[in-house]
Design a protein around this ligand. Structure first.
Ligand SMILES: Nc1ncnc2c1ncn2[C@@H]1O[C@H](COP(=O)(O)OP(=O)(O)OP(=O)(O)O)[C@@H](O)[C@H]1O
Length: 332
């Protein structure tokens, strides 16, 4: 038994944690889904003998400081009860400015958000899965993206993203979804948001540099920087993306008519068949810069954080995540 435990630990396979599990709950994620789903999961964990302590986020951004305080006080197991925005905040609290974890902490996601694109990569789609993740899951180190951008007050800021950062059309959609239609549920909320944004959005003059070389200059509707494969409630925007390859997939959408966007590109991106369309450019990069003549909105993991210009890069293996066995590369 001891031998088995040693082997499982060496492979990153875990048994029930012996230390206290600290739950960070965003009560407003997924239009209040945590209140419906989390209490039963907590009761089940406690019935298995786990000690669970719970804190709630009280405002946007609060998850960063909560996670940082918990890890600095010695927390080793964090449960994140919320959506991708909450996971984003917790990860930003757990990683320092150099892309290093501030402590030996592992994050387990209890998916309760609207889009839930990040946990979907690992096949984590139901809140109840947290119980099996803690019992039989596997600890994996995965990449996160880092982005330097212009904040609303004009200062230069750095932030991490776990799944996707995007400039232009996607950020406008995220801004609208976060203020209006979340109760529709992930897929529908983002579909309605994307259609509405497409009808209003104008292209911007952008320059894209990959590893210091200019690869694109001209009008574009959107640039997406993908660590994970899914976006906006299930769009298969980056079918080739891997969270363990140390790289970002970069997409630019050239200026095309609204008719082409709504009629062919939007349906294609849900199927992952948009690559090869003449309006879609794609590069793989360790470092990317996007500059614009006028400021263009950006979002990270579904929340608008600022505007261009941006620089982005990968913080390899900066996040320790508990996932189902065999799902480390996020291709579930
Ligand atoms: N108490 C709170 N009141 C208001 N907003 C909050 C509170 N706590 C956290 N937030 C904010 O709620 C926002 C949405 O959270 P989150 O992204 O986790 O859910 P979601 O948008 O429903 O899911 P997804 O990102 O998966 O689509 C985040 O920007 C977060 O900063």
């Amino acid at each position: 038994m001891m031998e088995e435990t040693r082997t499982r630990t060496a492979q990153g396979l875990t048994t029930l944690p012996t230390e206290t599990v600290h739950a960070i709950v965003n009560p407003v994620a997924g239009s209040g889904r945590p209140a419906r789903a989390w209490p039963a999961v907590r009761r089940r964990l406690e019935s298995l003998g786990l000690r669970v302590e719970e804190v709630h986020t009280t405002e946007p951004g609060a998850g960063i400081a909560l996670a940082r305080q918990l890890v600095e006080r010695g927390a080793r197991e964090l449960l994140v009860i919320g959506g991708d925005g909450t996971v984003n905040e917790v990860v930003n609290g757990c990683v320092d400015a150099q892309g290093q974890p501030i402590g030996p902490v592992t994050i387990t996601i209890v998916p309760c958000g609207t889009g839930r694109d990040f946990p979907r990569l690992f096949g984590i789609v139901r809140p109840e899965q947290a119980v099996d993740l803690l019992r039989y899951g596997q600890r994996c180190r995965v990449d996160i993206g880092a982005i330097r951008f212009r904040a609303c007050d004009g200062s230069s800021r750095q932030r991490y993203f776990v799944n996707m950062a995007d400039i232009g059309l996607g950020a406008e959609t995220a801004a609208w979804v976060s203020q209006s239609t979340k109760q529709l549920g992930g897929f529908l909320a983002y579909l309605v948001g994307a259609m509405r944004t497409i009808l209003r959005h104008r292209p911007a003059e952008l320059t894209i540099e990959i590893e210091g070389t200019t690869v694109f200059r001209g009008p574009a509707l959107m640039v997406a920087l993908a660590n994970g494969r899914f976006h906006a409630g299930g769009m298969r925007i980056a079918p080739m993306a891997s969270v363990t390859d140390g790289k970002l997939e970069v997409f630019a959408l050239r200026h095309v008519s609204r008719f082409a966007l709504l009629g062919s590109l939007l349906p294609a991106v849900y199927r992952g068949t948009h690559l090869g369309h003449p309006a879609v450019e794609h590069w793989t990069a360790r470092r990317v810069a996007v500059r614009s003549v006028e400021p263009v909105r950006i979002e990270t993991d579904g929340e608008v954080v600022g505007t261009t210009d941006i620089e982005a890069w990968v913080a390899p293996k900066a996040l320790s995540l508990r996932v189902p066995r065999g799902a480390c590369d996020g291709s579930a």
